[in-house]
Design a protein around this ligand. Structure first.
Ligand code: CA
Length: 236
């Protein structure tokens, strides 16, 4: 089955940041978002490096998609480590990475950090990734509710990101159905816009650029304290 993807990518500075450390990609097979960390200019460098490595997967068919993504994560991680060591002032440089690679009627997913992947299918939204964050650990232990986690002072503390250290990315392979809409986003969206609102917006239209603009607008309405990036793909 040859899947046809329609895609859209939108990134916005938000209302309080002066630079954009997010980087994103949407091609014929690959969707990816990366949210850099480590201050100027290291964060942008890290997210850009990761996306550049992943984007090479879009050029040709690599077989088993989750395995191809994990191999690309290893390559990107090595490049981030090398870049972090190449100049002073790049301590803590790194990036989140969340990526989907489509292959026949399946999609591979690989994820590290607190960017997210969602699937909207038959009007229902499911979150495909679990944040690698301190607060998500507390939610998993039943100590915090998901809503309390969204307002926690340490909500942006990531427990794992691509920072040149050995990684244990989450990965999965999922079945793809016609009509599926996939969303990748940086935490600039998901920190301020609830899953309920994301679900409502994704169910409101079929034009992906319009959906992207509405998602970004929802974050701006909530003050957009961070860069907001959304990658959308609809399966035809
Ligand atoms: Ca961010």
């Amino acid at each position: 089955m040859g899947l046809i993807l329609r895609t859209a990518v939108l990134t916005d500075l938000g209302l309080r940041r002066t630079n954009n450390e997010d980087c994103a990609y949407a091609g014929s097979r690959l969707l990816a978002v990366a949210d850099g960390m480590g201050g100027l200019p290291a964060g942008e460098l890290a997210s850009g490096l990761a996306i550049r490595v992943l984007a090479e997967l879009d050029a040709e068919d690599h077989g088993e998609p989750a395995a191809a993504l994990l191999a690309a994560f290893d390559t990107a991680s090595a490049q981030v480590r090398e870049a972090a060591g190449a100049e002073a002032g790049r301590d803590g440089m790194g990036t989140t990475v969340t990526a989907l690679l489509f292959h026949d009627d399946r999609v591979g997913l690989a994820h590290v950090g607190d960017s997210r992947a969602y699937l909207s299918r038959d009007g229902a939204l499911s979150q495909l990734t679990r944040d690698d964050t301190f607060v998500q650990g507390l939610v998993d232990q039943g100590v915090l509710t998901a809503e309390a986690a969204r307002h926690h002072p340490h909500r942006s503390l990531v427990t794992q990101a691509m920072q040149g250290q050995p990684l244990t990315p989450y990965s999965a392979t999922l079945a793809v159905l016609p009509g599926d809409v996939y969303l990748l986003c940086s935490d600039g969206l998901s920190d301020v816009v609830t899953n309920d609102v994301i679900a409502r917006i994704l169910g409101s239209a079929t034009d992906l650029d319009q959906l992207g603009r509405e998602l970004v607008a929802a974050a701006v309405e909530e003050g957009a304290p961070d860069n907001v990036t959304v990658v959308l793909a609809a399966v035809g």
